[in-house]
Design a protein around this ligand. Sequence first.
Ligand code: IPM
Ligand code: MG
Length: 399
Amino acid sequence: MDSAAIGRAKEHFGKLLEAQMKRMEKVKSMPDWIDYKTVKPIKVGIIAGDGIGPFIAAESKRVLEFLLKDEVKAGKVEIRDIEGLTIENRAAHNKAIPDDVLAEIKKYHVTLKGPTTTPRKGDPWPNIESCNVAVRKELDLFANVRPVRVPKQGINWIFFRENTEDLYALGPYGIEVDADIAIDFKLITTPGSDRICRLAFEHARTNGRTKVTCVTKANVVKTTDGKFLESFYRIAKEYPGIQADDWYIDIMTAKLVDEKRRRDFQVMVLPNLYGDILTDEAAEFQGGVGTAGSANIGKQYAMFEAIHGSAPRMVTEGRAPFADPCSMIRAAAMLIAHIGHPGQAKKLDMALDITGQYEKKLAITGRPTGATGKDFTDYIMDWINNPKLESTWEGYVKP
Ligand code: IPM
Ligand code: MG
């Protein structure tokens, strides 16, 4: 037995624990939620990202600026670009987020971010940490909120994916103990689980939802998922009017395709990795990951993004202008609602539903066989400006 290897692994593990204990102190002493009503101007940063990012970011920015134009004019909102979060710059610094870029991001209350390339072993880039994951950790954006709605199928789900823990927290810090053994670490904490579960129940309460479902694999992953589930049922007691139940991730992925049962789910709360997987599946019912928005919410900052990747192949094949901007535009709607303009956000959501799910006068295929992102965004803008937006949407949605 290689006891030196075991010694090195123990030492490494000890350091990870020290860092996590420090993080727990920080999480517990965090200031409370920022109140956007008291902030002027609310600073909104646009991060274009990699690959198709700059293409879809330009379209999303156009929509955002249009819907917030009165607020911008009144000096209540400021919208600017944040440069430097590109794979080239991150690779040059060999860092998930270069320090100066992180300092810049922290000057903004909320950001709208295009997809960024996540390198993996064997890529031409250094194998740095995903910058999505790094931003989420750095800004403590603990809740990844992902709605999926397909009104005609009775689907109206919202996922609360824990965003700073689980296998993601120590993703870059696993141990290659020896030539045979590699170990990663799954981290679940009580404060981390409590806050995401509480947010899910709060959402249910303020939005008239009657049920919250927790998804784990606590029958097998007993210690960490067990803790998450325990936290869920403890927090549930604070919300006696809301039904709480739980499912295991395997059967849950099956139930989402079960037409008879899937309508029963409303609000779902789950650890990071299960949330990553289940929300891609869920987005598929709505038209694919290109159509779903994602909000990364923390008490001080928030970041809104497309749920898909940067699709570098679309760029090399010259197809980037045909990339679907809808996921990022959906994220823009979530941003607008988050900073206190739910009416404007609703308009955008309705326009996205009509163009993407009902009227479908244009279709995006990601190729010259379909519309360009620019033309599709014009189509969305036409509906935003259409006085019949709301009545048309209601006509479609109501049976
Ligand atoms: C997502 C993405 C990211 C994740 C990747 C790009 C690191 O898949 O936002 O769901 O796994 O969280
Ligand atoms: Mg994902």
